[in-house]
Design a protein around this ligand. Sequence first.
Ligand code: FES
Length: 505
Amino acid sequence: MDSSFKSYWQDTIKTRNFAPLQENTRTNTVVIGGGIVGITTAYLLSTQGVDTIILEGGNISTSATAKTTAKITFQHGAIYNDLMTRVGKEKAFQYLDTNRNAITHLNKIITEHKIACDYKTQPAYLYATNNKEVEIIEKEKEAYDNLGVASFYQEKSILPFPVKASLAVTNQGQFHPLKYVYSLADIIEKKGCTIHENTRVLDIQGSKSPFKVITEKGEITCENVVVACHYPFFNDGKHGMYFFRMYQDRSYVLGIRTSSEPFDGMYININNPIYSLRYQFDDKGALLLLGGGNHRTAEKEDEKASYKELELFSHKYFTNPEINYTWSNQDCMTLDGIPYIGQMSSNIKGLYIATGFKKWGMTSGILSAKIISDLIITGESLNTDVFNPARFSVVDSAKNFIVNGLEIAENFIMKLMPISLENLSEVKVGEGKLIDYKNSKIGVYRDEDGNYFAVVPHCTHLGCLLKFNTAEKTWDCTCHGSRFNIFGDVIEGPATLPLKRIELQ
Ligand code: FES
């Protein structure tokens, strides 16, 4: 099994670099984040003559956009019956319609610019493997009918394992997300948009336009700011307190060559364990993308078990599976399962956010770009109330979040058996552990050569206790999903500062 965790998309794209910001400047709109949301927003703005600069802390599209299974669909699991019940038919329809339009927008961009990104029209299937899930699918079918969505309910399936029922929608799609993003980056540069990599944003100053975006490399004065950096990094009260309203969830993908006959379509089941399947076709033939193993970040005792679970599944149902790729992703989850797209804070005009895509980031990314570019260009975006970030009061969110967070923290304190410093040798090679030392904890990792690396295992975002990720050898935070490498450097936010390192004697 390949343990580099490089996705298929990263392995099959020729990347290019963009210079960091060099000096203070002005523009109309700064987009923070160079993933699918940021690049597509910049495209829609620059097409309409809006001066735009993209700032990316690392390299563009190395995070969620590079680690997706790249399905383009409005079928986001069994969501519509649930939405009809919780937010009503009108908002459920808004959710559907904006996602459906996002597929059309994406097709329009790809066709207009002849972008070679392996786009393939596909049906999307929700499938059930037991009677309880069949009931859920039947209710989902009723919701589709109620919302006017053409769909097909079937009791047969071409999947190579027992399926009791499935619900299909046609004219969905799949693509190579990095071929799309890098092609669009070339296009927007020609339209005058500038992309700066390795330019980390430290702060946004101002409560109304013009804003000052402060980076390590200089400042940009602008009329609008779009926060498209996955999880927002602000901890102050005036920026909407998103850390009370979102956590992060991990999922895993195997890229498998197999001698089983490939099938068309994109598939996902309903309840855990989740198994998502679709094929990617290239000059070597068909590569099965098998996704699943989902869990809240830092919630699973042994993350390697998620990869193992997928590997066992592939051996059970596919012939001669050969695993060519293994990678994982991390997604922002909102309290009600609906993304936050629009004005970031109700009292700051000109500051926008797109986040909380709940593992459906490709379609949600395109629709975010459309909504936010409409808001910037025309001042409104029709039928998008359902995504309004102002729908929760911070007090309610804090209450929900704290209850949820505490349950998980307690679980971990029981599971992680700290060992004393004298017993440092109990930290096995390739393993990380929390160790009690003088009434506090330190996080220790031991590498293959027997070297120890120790850090203060408290997240630099808001201080939660970290847990060692056994698969990727990182220190992960259950509260909002920040992740740090064994040296303490940030590899995923919202944390922006490294962990304190400890010298062991
Ligand atoms: Fe917020 Fe760790 S990510 S406390």
